[in-house]
Design a protein around this ligand. Structure first.
Ligand code: DP6
Length: 360
């Protein structure tokens, strides 16, 4: 896939200022992407639930530059406050896209962003923020040049761009579940962008993912650094093979609606991700004592009640609780009575499978 396009330049004197906006969700991987190579290419296929509640809203106001300047020019506001850290990140990302979008050098951008979840909740926001930004860029291209009219082309390009910003972000472009990474199971799957998983059993379309906020603190090791440590992890090759095998098994559970098989794989993947961190050189640990305490409670609850409540983890201490719609009241009671003690400030987010980004 080569999206470089030198013809995407505007005629500055004829270009009117404009505005675009997208709301894009976060996602939770069931088969994890952990380890990459080249320009953000994954070592194994991954698949995730796109969430509904945990979202980023991003707006870009653009106008032709008043002076000639070869650099990308932007202002960045997070929650209406100018934010230099985010601005630097976005500037770096956009500066890497000028062969794909040469017009980025011709415009001044004012980017405003807000998250639907509390900023300090310790929830990874790169997937929602990078996908929202990528969708805005595609809307700008569409407005300025009349291209990307076909929804499928628009989404594929947005997913490709989101991937360059943060690997997992490419999957947030599609509602339901999305697959990223070549696999013999899905002919259309690619390492460069995600594709929607179209054979999802009904039971998973309304699946819940409640996120227990175990700790809001900044992570000691970023995902970026964690991926990098896979390059020297002596278990890496076995891990990639394990991910491929589990991917196949998971797909079959997702098609047939086998929630027990699904849950077992989800938990094994979450623990494998954190085991890989413990096996890195140098090793690191993102789990907290309360993560482990909550995991034990969940497993005990499942033994006692026989209800299909399973967990997953991202690259952090917060625990994701995965369960079908029909046991929602039981799980709510269980969280409020037994799990809330492990959450920082008793905080948790009730989320579920979502239908994907929305244009604002
Ligand atoms: C554990 O997508 O955050 O959430 O590509 O370096 O931005 P970068 O990493 P990122 O890694 C996410 C890792 C994960 C698993 C997953 O989402 O598949």
């Amino acid at each position: 896939m080569d999206y470089r396009d030198l013809s995407l330049i505007v005629e500055s004197n004829k270009t009117k200022p404009g505005s675009v906006g997208w709301r894009s969700p976060s996602n939770l991987a069931i088969i994890k992407y952990w380890g990459k190579h080249g320009v953000q290419l994954p070592r194994n296929p991954s698949i995730s639930f796109t969430l509904e509640t945990a979202c980023t809203n991003t707006w870009i106001d653009y106008k032709p530059k008043s002076s000639i300047d070869p650099n990308v020019s932007l202002d960045f506001f997070f929650n209406d406050q100018s934010n230099e850290d985010f601005k630097a990140k976005v500037h770096k990302f956009l500066s890497g896209l000028t062969e794909i979008f040469p017009f980025l050098k011709q415009l001044h951008l004012t980017i405003r962003s807000t998250n639907s979840f509390p900023h300090s909740a310790g929830i990874a926001s790169s997937a929602s923020s990078m996908s929202a930004l990528a969708l805005c860029l595609c809307s700008m291209e569409k407005n300025l040049f009349g291209t990307l009219q076909k929804a499928s082309e628009f989404k594929q390009k947005a997913s490709y761009l989101a991937r360059l910003g943060s690997g997992s972000a490419c999957r947030s472009i599609y509602g339901g579940m999305a697959i990223w990474g070549v696999t013999s199971e899905v002919a259309s799957a690619s390492n460069e962008y995600a594709v929607p998983f179209t054979e999802l059993n009904e039971v998973f379309k309304t699946y819940h993912d409640d996120i227990l906020i175990i700790s809001k603190g900044e992570k000691s090791v970023s995902s970026r650094a964690g991926h990098e440590l896979m390059d020297s992890n002596i278990y890496a090759q076995n891990r990639y093979e394990q991910a491929r095998q589990r991917f196949r098994a998971l797909l079959s559970a997702l098609k047939t609606g086998d929630i027990e098989a699904f849950g077992k794989i989800a938990e094994a993947e979450a623990l494998a991700l954190h085991a890989l961190m413990l096996l890195s050189n140098p090793p690191f640990m993102l789990l907290k004592p309360n993560t482990v305490a909550a995991i034990e409670k969940v497993q005990q609850f499942r033994n006692d009640t026989r209800l299909p409540l399973y967990f997953s983890l991202d690259a952090g201490p917060n625990l994701h609780l995965l369960y079908p719609e029909n046991i929602q009241p039981d799980v709510k009671r269980f969280i409020d009575n037994e799990l809330i003690q492990f959450c920082e400030n008793k905080q948790y987010i009730q989320d579920k499978v979502g239908s994907g980004p929305i244009e604002l």
